[in-house]
Design a protein around this ligand. Structure first.
Ligand code: GDP
Ligand code: MG
Length: 301
C-alpha cells in the first residue's frame, strides 16, 4: 500500500482558441473557465482544482501570450510568464496543424529558460488524421525539448485519463491545498462577470473588438426564497459601442441578459434576477487607474 499524497500546480498555455478552457473544464468537469469561439475571452488566472484519492492538481488557465498592445495585454503577458516558474508542470496546448504555429514559436521562446517540465498537448485530434498528428509532434519536438507529448481531444474526452496520469508523474508529494469539493477558488462574482462577458462577446461578434469589461457590483440572496439578485455593468469605450450593446429596442442587452442568467443560475444553483447596465469609460484599457478598478493590479503579480 502506498499512502502518499501528491499535489501541485499546473499551468495551461497556448495561443487563443486552442482549447485551454475546454480542456480544463473537461478535466475538472464543471463550467468554470470561459469557453468561446472568439479568442481572448480568458482575462483572469482561473484556478480549477481536481482532487482524487491520491492527488490534487490545481490548474491555472493562463491568458494568451502575444505582443502587448495595451496595458491590459501587458498585464496578461506578465501574468502568464510569472506562472511558469512557480508551477510544477506547464501544459503547452496546440492543434494538429502539421507545423509549428508562429505564435507558438513565440511562446516557446519564452519558455526556453524555465526549469519547469513542459508537456506538449496536441488537442483537437478529432479534427486531424494520425499522419497530421505525428507531423505536428515531429515539428514541435524539433524546436523544443518537451518532457512529454500527448494527443488528446478535450471535446470527445480522448486520452484525457492518460493526460492526467502523465501530469501526475510531475507532482511532488504534498498536502491537499483545497477541500475535496472545491473546484475553483474564484469568487462567484468574478465567475459571473466572466459569464456575462462571454455571452456579450459571443452575441456582439466582431462589432466591439475586445473593448468591454464587466463588473458585478452586487450579488444578494433573498432571505425568503431561492432567488439571487445580481447587478452588473458592462463597460465599453465608445458611445457608439454602447448603442450596439443595448441594441434596437434594447434587444441585444436583453439577449445578453437572458443567456447570462441561465449560466449564472446553473453556477449558483438558484434562480437569478439579473439587472444589466451599460456604461462608457473611455480608454479604460490604457489606464492604470481603471485597470486597478477592474481588479487587474500589476503589483500583485
Ligand atoms: P482557449 O481560448 O484556448 O481557452 O480555447 P477554448 O477552450 O475557448 O476553445 C476554443 C474553441 O475550440 C471552442 O469552440 C471549443 O469548443 C473548441 N475546441 C476545444 N477543444 C476541442 C477539441 O478537442 N476538438 C474540437 N473539434 N474542438 C475543440
Ligand atoms: Mg480560454
Amino acid at each position: 500500500m502506498n499512502n502518499k499524497f501528491y499535489s501541485g500546480f499546473v499551468s495551461l498555455v497556448g495561443r487563443p482558441n486552442v482549447g485551454k478552457s475546454t480542456l480544463m473544464n473537461a478535466l475538472v468537469g464543471e463550467k468554470i473557465a470561459i469557453i468561446s469561439p472568439k479568442p481572448q475571452t480568458t482575462r483572469n488566472k482561473i484556478q480549477a482544482i481536481l482532487t482524487q484519492d491520491d492527488f490534487q492538481m490545481i490548474f491555472i488557465d493562463t491568458p494568451g501570450i502575444h505582443k502587448p498592445k495595451f496595458k491590459l495585454d501587458n498585464y496578461m503577458v506578465k501574468a502568464a510568464e510569472t506562472t511558469f516558474g512557480e508551477v510544477d508542470a506547464v501544459l503547452m496546448l496546440t492543434e494538429p496543424q502539421g507545423k509549428v504555429h508562429p505564435a507558438d514559436a513565440h511562446i516557446l521562446e519564452r519558455l526556453k529558460n524555465v526549469k519547469t517540465p513542459v508537456i506538449l498537448v496536441i488537442n483537437k485530434i478529432d479534427t486531424a488524421d494520425e499522419k497530421r498528428q505525428l507531423e505536428t509532434a515531429k515539428a514541435y519536438s524539433e524546436v523544443f525539448n518537451f518532457r512529454e507529448i500527448m494527443f488528446v481531444s478535450a471535446t470527445t474526452g480522448k486520452n484525457l485519463d492518460e493526460l492526467l496520469k502523465t501530469i501526475k508523474k510531475y507532482l511532488p508529494e504534498g498536502p491537499k491545498y483545497f477541500p475535496d469539493d472545491m473546484v475553483t477558488d474564484q469568487p462567484e462574482r468574478q465567475i459571473a462577470s466572466e459569464i456575462i462577458r462571454e455571452k456579450a462577446l459571443q452575441l456582439l461578434r466582431e462589432e466591439i473588438p475586445h473593448g468591454i469589461a464587466v463588473e458585478v457590483s452586487s450579488m444578494k440572496k433573498r432571505p425568503d426564497r431561492e432567488l439571487v439578485d445580481v447587478e452588473a455593468t458592462i463597460f465599453c469605450e465608445k458611445d457608439s459601442h454602447k448603442g450596439i450593446i443595448i441594441g434596437r429596442g434594447g434587444n441585444m442587452l436583453k439577449n445578453i441578459g437572458t443567456r447570462s442568467r441561465e449560466d449564472i443560475s446553473a453556477l449558483l444553483g438558484s434562480n437569478v434576477n439579473l439587472q444589466l447596465w451599460v456604461k462608457v469609460k473611455k480608454d479604460w484599457r490604457d489606464s492604470d487607474f481603471l485597470l486597478k478598478n477592474f481588479g487587474y493590479d500589476m503589483k500583485k503579480i
